[in-house]
Design a binder for this molecule. Structure first.
Ligand code: ATP
Ligand code: MG
Length: 246
């Protein structure tokens, strides 16, 4: 199982929106997914109540001590992906989730306050040696502001951005707000819209970072079971021929 955590100190940067968007993008790419809610504000639980499809399940875990054992149990149950949404700030639950993650995604709007607020989360991810990436969210379609934000992030992380700035950037669009209000993810609400396309692109960036390929695994499984079938038929034929010959 892979665990992705969305965390940053700044409120309203898009942690919950991206968690939901990515959960459905990953499900559509063939993964089994669970959303873990560590934020008592309950954005994901409220979203699930507005939804008729019960998948992905939203599981609240508000106590830091429960996070690791529950992730272990989910991994043992065969779940492929857990996406953890955290509260703004840096609670014990958020730190525990980052510590047990395979990738810590730090969303930031292209503003100085948001970018400065990434630093504490970044320090935790680095302290626990967890891979991390920034997601620039609610960006204008294009412009100088984005370049400035990208430069500021590069400075914050003191790193080459190509490694840590997730692509594509996620533009500010009503589809994100309308889909959540309807109990849907953006790829369900407007599947052929630009926002859905960006979220699917973001999922592909993450999958590459995690070196994941559910589709490939699925294909391998199918090939193996087809090969099993052929071998079985061949074995039956061989046995029929032996019976006829004798
Ligand atoms: N790309 C986007 N385009 C338009 N609106 C967005 C986008 N991303 C998030 N929003 C909106 O911004 C607001 C804050 O988003 P969200 O609740 O996901 O942030 P958060 O980081 O989870 O906040 P909190 O820290 O309070 O948990 C919501 O109203 C959401 O619909
Ligand atoms: Mg939230």
């Amino acid at each position: 199982m892979h665990t992705i955590v969305l965390a940053t100190q700044k409120g309203g940067s898009g942690k919950s929106t991206l968690a939901i968007g990515l959960a459905l993008a990953a499900r559509q790419a063939g993964f089994t997914v669970r959303l873990i809610e560590t934020d008592p504000q309950g954005t994901l639980s409220s979203w699930q109540r507005r939804r008729s499809d019960k998948d992905p399940v939203v599981e609240p875990i508000y106590h830091a001590a429960n996070i690791e054992p529950r992730l272990k149990m989910l991994a043992e149950s065969g779940l492929q992906l857990a996406i953890v949404d955290t509260a703004a700030g840096l609670s014990a639950a958020t730190t525990a989730a980052i510590r047990h993650s395979d990738l810590c995604l730090i969303p930031a709007r292209p503003s100085v306050a948001d970018i400065e607020a990434t630093l504490s989360t970044l320090s935790v991810a680095r302290a626990w040696k967890r891979p991390y990436g920034f997601v620039l969210n609610q960006t204008p379609i294009r412009g100088q502001r984005i370049d400035n934000a990208a430069d500021a992030l590069a400075e914050e992380a003191a790193l080459d951005l190509t490694e840590v700035l997730a692509r594509p950037l996620i533009v500010m669009r009503n589809d994100h707000q309308d889909s959540l209000a309807a109990g849907l993810a953006v790829s369900e609400f407007a599947p052929s819209g630009k926002s859905a396309e960006e979220i699917r692109g973001l999922w592909r960036w993450i999958a590459t970072r995690l070196d994941l390929s559910a589709t490939t695994n699925l294909l391998i499984d199918q090939v193996i079971s087809a090969a099993d079938g052929i071998l079985h038929v061949a074995a039956e034929r061989a046995s029929d021929e032996t019976t006829l010959a004798s």
